[in-house]
Design a protein around this ligand. Structure first.
Ligand SMILES: [Zn+2]
Length: 381
């Protein structure tokens, strides 16, 4: 079997769609008009992803407000915010360029998703002729909706976590039922949890272990056969061509991260300074047997923050080097992150979201070609 290759999920929303989101937030257009723009963007994303030759694709998350808030709100500005939430929650990240992104705050129970990832997938899958994947948000990210120290009246934290785990499980099961071949769980808060940023109090609480346990509460509800197709994505964040935790050494994250009983991991690596040392750590800590499933390690070979397009040869070289440390039957290739995890993102280093889309498809083409080259060299084709 050739080296598997899979995207994380998102693509920049076209300028036209971002304008429609702005108009919708301003009350200038109706939801149906916004949805028509989202449909167009999904159709275009699928068509162009399929043209790259990729074996599995996504719709670019063109309908999602963001990778983390899609269950909670229709737009990032908070239009259509779900019940029992207020806009002023914790920062989930302060980025290196100084901007931040904020989560809503839970004000009352019970906690319920307003939108499941499958609600979007069901609409997109009819445009696709290739297998599709779906990304979902981790319970550990949405756990941050509950105030860090205070209690929500008549809704104890443990009751919330129980409801949260049920909703996350449902999100994954519905995605498979809607036709997703693979479901990956976005876990960007894992690396950030090791950062201890004084401007973002939760990051200084040593929460990584409890994040891992919470996610396993959901992952362990699936059979080994199902978990082969359930992945975890880790990255140092990606928004407006900036990151939030690239300075955290992987050695702090990986030993805990691989305790999650997922069947595969999509890991940022193209933009790491010392890739080889991380490949080594991945080889050491990933598990041949995670409660009945072998952990397949997809290394990032494409940097979505950088407009410079990687060549297939570079992708191949990265995979060849990684294969010295990671067993070749457990090696895969991915992008470091989604190309635009948040719906409103001007992609400043690229000049515009439309340019960034063109660049993204070239990069994906290189990933696919490079993975094929490395498969041939390793005798895996
Ligand atoms: Zn990411």
């Amino acid at each position: 079997m050739p080296i598997p290759t899979e995207p994380v999920g998102s693509l920049p929303r076209p300028v036209k769609l971002q304008k429609a989101i702005e108009d919708y937030d301003a009350g200038k257009i109706k939801f149906e008009q916004l949805q028509a723009e989202q449909d167009d963007a999904c159709r275009d994303s699928i068509k162009r992803r399929e043209a790259t030759g990729a074996p599995i694709i996504s719709d670019g998350e063109q309908r999602a407000s963001s990778f983390a808030t899609y269950p909670l709100t229709d737009t990032l500005a908070g239009t259509g915010l779900a019940d029992n939430l207020a806009a002023d929650g914790q920062y989930f990240a302060v980025f290196a360029d100084g901007h931040h992104r904020q989560l809503p705050r839970l004000t009352a129970g019970p906690f319920k998703y307003k939108t499941y990832a499958a609600d979007y997938l069901e609409k997109s899958i009819k445009y696709a002729s290739m297998p599709m994947k779906q990304a979902v948000i981790a319970p550990s990210m949405l756990a941050l909706l509950y105030p860090l120290d205070d209690d929500v009246p008549d809704y104890p934290r443990e009751k919330f976590l129980e409801d949260l785990c049920n909703e996350c499980e449902k999100d994954i099961r519905k995605a498979f039922k809607a036709g997703a071949k693979r479901v990956s769980i976005d876990f960007t808060e894992g690396r950030l949890a090791c950062r201890n940023d004084p401007d973002n109090p939760w990051t200084g609480r040593g929460m990584l272990e409890q994040f891992v346990e919470l996610n396993n509460r959901v992952i362990d509800r699936f059979s080994p056969q199902e978990r082969r197709n359930i992945g975890i994505h880790t990255c140092p964040g990606g928004d407006m061509d900036s990151t939030h935790s690239a300075d955290v050494p992987y050695a702090k994250l990986l030993p805990s991260m691989f305790k999650m009983n997922a069947g595969y991991f999509l890991m940022q690596l193209a933009s790491e300074k010392d890739k080889e040392s991380v490949y080594k750590l991945v080889g050491e800590h990933s598990r041949e047997d995670a409660n009945g499933v072998a952990q397949v390690c997809f290394i990032g070979v494409i940097n979505p923050q950088d407009p410079k397009v990687e060549t297939p040869e570079q992708v191949c070289d990265d995979l060849m080097l990684a294969s010295k440390y990671i067993p070749k039957e457990r090696l895969g290739a991915t992008d470091d992150c989604g190309f635009s995890p948040f719906s409103v993102d001007m992609k400043p280093k690229h000049g515009s979201p439309d340019v960034a889309r063109d660049v993204a498809f070239k990069k994906i083409t290189s990933r696919v070609k490079g993975a094929k080259m490395a498969s041939d060299k390793l005798g895996l084709s």
